[in-house]
Design a protein around this ligand. Structure first.
Ligand SMILES: Cc1cc2nc3c(=O)[nH]c(=O)nc-3n(C[C@H](O)[C@H](O)[C@H](O)COP(=O)(O)OP(=O)(O)OC[C@H]3O[C@@H](n4cnc5c(N)ncnc54)[C@H](O)[C@@H]3O)c2cc1C
Length: 379
């Protein structure tokens, strides 16, 4: 028989969004339950990278910061100057363990693993959440489960953490994008050197189809052999995943259920960046929480303005139709001396002057043709 448990708030999913919200709630006085499907949330590894454009409570667990990034293909290289907004990485294990410790000390928050949410129902004066094990009653639900929706493009990647014998990496410079010679594919390597002997090397595809080719340890080994032929290295661990890239993903929150995380629209369609938007989202929820609980407030989920979504859609259409052209356009986007405008643009906070600068640097005729519909996707 199912037992009823009573809470103020239920969070579904102990991923980045669920745990970020739970962490903020440790400073509040609500009875909270987090229901998580998996039995071990550290079973998967993720490294979240982002430009330092928004203050988060996670400064102490940042694994590494870079102020120089490189974007290149076989002919051209641009350096991205991140003096003002450093490029930071957080390891999801450090993040999970840090938040676990805070939650464990808090008697108001329960984390229940191996709990699959099957059903959410509005009762007369409450919400009931049924899992494979129990029934929970609360006033409001925050739901971070992925949606089963058709997505126009995926960012797919496979990355390995490399440890070398010799000091071979320049850990002052990360490689944002190193486009491969593969023609008609939007494929690049992403390299984050943590020290002269340690780096994450990731093979990444933007594609509307699943691309298993080039997404395994072999490509990483080949990259190491080609670029550092005399070095001995071992793969310590690997991460892989796919991030939905679609301008149409939007929150379908209801009065008593608020959608959070990637599938609430927090993921930027053209880049996959999500971490900072999740932090903004949970800070906004905390401010609005008393009103949400009274049924009088719905959190804003407009992470990206209409103009940014429109520009992202054009970007995705060109990546799909003409990936080789887009690679050159991106390198040119960073051909200016200062890159604060481009970083604010990629981090969802461009001002009007930033947008003008980005538009000037991008190939205007091609973008205009796509935006006016003269060229359509897969023409
Ligand atoms: C490998 C990887 C690297 C990434 N790198 C970056 C990066 O560098 N920068 C960046 O900004 N973004 C990055 N992202 C994108 C984004 O930040 C992450 O996907 C982020 O984890 C999204 O958080 P979330 O809480 O929305 O979803 P998730 O972290 O996926 O959390 C959802 C949770 O819900 C649980 N769940 C699902 N169904 C149920 C159910 N029925 N009942 C209970 N629980 C359920 C899942 O088990 C999961 O724990 C990356 C993504 C991946 C996969």
């Amino acid at each position: 028989m199912l037992i009823n448990y009573d809470y103020d708030l239920i969070i579904i999913g102990a991923g980045c969004a669920g745990l970020s919200l739970a962490h903020r709630l440790t400073r509040e006085d609500y009875k909270v339950c987090i229901l998580e499907l998996s039995d071990n949330i550290n079973s998967k590894n993720k490294l979240w990278s982002f430009w330092d454009t928004y203050e988060t409570p996670y400064e102490d667990i940042i694994k590494k910061k870079w102020v120089n990034l490189i974007i290149k293909d076989k002919n051209k290289t641009s350096e991205i100057n991140c003096d003002r907004y450093s490029y930071n990485s957080i390891d999801s294990h450090d993040f999970n363990n840090y938040i676990f410790k805070v939650i464990q000390k808090n008697k108001n928050i329960d984390l229940i693993l191996s709990s699959e949410v099957l059903n959410i129902r509005k009762e007369e004066k409450s919400i009931s959440v049924t899992t494979n094990k129990n029934k929970y009653i609360c006033k409001h639900v925050f739901d971070s489960r992925p949606e089963n929706i058709k997505v126009s493009m995926w960012q797919q990647f496979f990355g390995s953490y490399i440890k070398t014998e010799q000091e071979i990496f320049d850990d002052q410079k990360a490689t944002f994008m190193e486009f491969s010679k593969l023609r008609n594919k939007f494929h690049f390597m992403y390299i984050l050197p943590f020290s002269p002997t340690e780096a994450l090397i990731e093979s990444t595809y933007f594609s509307s189809k699943k691309e298993n080719n080039m997404l395994d340890a072999e490509i990483i080994k080949k990259y190491m052999q080609n670029n550092f032929p005399n070095s001995e290295f071992k793969i310590v661990k690997s991460e892989n995943g796919s991030i939905p890239m679609d301008t149409k993903i939007k929150a379908v929150s209801q009065k008593y259920i608020t959608k959070i995380g990637s599938y609430s629209g927090a993921t930027r369609a053209s880049t996959g960046y999500t971490f900072i938007n999740i932090q903004k989202q949970v800070d906004h929820i905390i401010k609005l929480l008393p009103r949400i609980l009274m049924g009088k407030g719905t959190p804003k989920n407009n992470f990206h303005s209409y103009l940014l979504r429109k520009m992202d859609q054009i970007f995705l259409d060109i990546v799909d139709n003409d990936p080789d052209f887009m690679k050159g356009a991106l390198i040119k986007l960073f051909s200016s001396k200062n890159h604060d405008a481009q970083i604010r643009f990629l981090s969802d906070i461009p001002n009007i002057f930033d947008l003008i600068k980005v538009i000037i640097l991008l190939p205007k005729i091609k973008f205009l043709k796509y935006s006016l519909g003269f060229i359509r996707k897969n023409d």
